[in-house]
Design a protein around this ligand. Structure first.
Ligand SMILES: NC(=O)c1ccc[n+]([C@@H]2O[C@H](COP(=O)([O-])OP(=O)(O)OC[C@H]3O[C@@H](n4cnc5c(N)ncnc54)[C@H](OP(=O)(O)O)[C@@H]3O)[C@@H](O)[C@H]2O)c1
Length: 293
């Protein structure tokens, strides 16, 4: 890997400056808000073909229309495996996917909520994306890249990493621990994918985008106070979208796989279980079982 000269101040436009992405197709989940919206805007600016996913077709199409992107809007509710399967079917018909940016997410629900008996953040952030990404592996181009949005909050995951005996969230629900577990699952899934991609030119990495005041904070009861406290560390949305755009496109990262990035640089993950292969493999098997009971 050549030395990356980008840091936390750089924007998605900065890190993609001079790239020609024409003829390359990027699938972006959560295209209607925050970092996903900016990612679509900047990749399209560089000539990419955009497949924008949102929980409804209207949200996805409105986002593409607002951005004047002549791409494909796809409905994909990550909390509904039928919706994810339908999205996979329609994306497969479009042709090879050069970048898959698993960006959508939900954070810190104050009360326990469940989908099919599983804690909602684990289901939406991890299981929905697991179903989408594994469903699209055959469509991934020979040099295709998967970018999973994790978070620095993966450090807040339980000590065990993933509590396989508490995926319902019913034992001692804690909003941030549950979010942390889902983001640790995103990170581990990228690592497991990278292992499966070894020997090929496909890559999988995970990303912490930084701390950015977006709709993600909408469930946090003391949201204003939280962002006020974090003010010195806050990034703009343009800066926040940079790391995922860099990892999805930069030529110097063509053969870099299995890493976690933050501020446009590789970073050691911060949870003791983050690189535990046994837990990552168990997570893969459990996720398969949840997706295909
Ligand atoms: N912002 C930060 O400080 C920060 C820090 C670390 C990591 N991240 C990660 O960065 C990613 C993007 O976050 P953001 O800040 O851009 O947040 P955002 O503005 O709230 O965007 C999140 C996106 O996810 C979508 N989404 C949520 N639940 C969904 C579901 N069930 N099905 C389909 N789409 C769903 C949202 O759709 P709706 O609009 O329809 O709800 C929205 O498009 C997330 O994965 C987040 O965990 C963000």
């Amino acid at each position: 890997m050549t030395n990356l000269s980008f840091g936390m101040e750089h924007t998605a436009e900065d890190v993609t400056q001079g790239l020609d992405l024409s003829g390359r197709r990027f699938v972006v989940t959560g295209c209607n808000s925050g970092l996903g919206y900016e990612t679509c805007r900047v990749l399209a600016l560089r000539g990419a073909t955009i497949v924008g996913l949102a929980r409804s077709i209207d949200r996805a199409q409105n986002a593409l229309d607002e951005l004047s992107i002549d791409g494909t809007a796809v409905a994909c509710d990550l909390g509904n495996l039928h919706s994810v399967a339908a999205a996979v079917d329609s994306i497969r018909k479009l042709g090879p996917v050069h970048g898959l940016i698993a960006n959508a997410g939900v954070m810190a629900l104050p009360e326990l909520r469940q989908i099919e008996g599983y804690e909602l953040q684990f289901f939406t952030n991890h299981i929905g994306h697991f179903a989408l990404v594994t469903g699209l592996i055959d469509s991934l181009a020979a040099d295709g890249r998967v970018v999973m949005l994790s978070s620095g909050a993966h450090k807040m995951a339980p000590e065990a990493g993933i509590e396989f005996d508490n995926l319902s969230g019913e034992r001692g629900y804690d909003a941030w621990k549950a979010y942390g577990q889902s983001k640790l699952a995103n990170l581990m899934f990228a690592g497991s994918l990278a292992k499966r991609f070894e020997g090929s030119s496909r890559t999988a990495n995970s990303v912490h985008p930084g701390v950015i005041d977006t709709n993600l904070g909408r469930h946090v009861p003391n949201r204003a106070e939280m962002y006020e406290r974090l003010k010195p560390h806050l990034k703009t949305i343009a800066q926040g979208a940079s790391t995922q755009c860099l990892v999805a496109t930069h030529p110097s990262l063509a053969s870099v796989s299995g890493l976690y990035f933050s501020d446009n640089q590789p970073l050691e993950p911060g949870h003791p279980m983050a690189q535990d292969d046994e837990t990552a493999e168990r997570l893969w098997l459990e996720s398969e079982a949840i997706c295909c009971p």
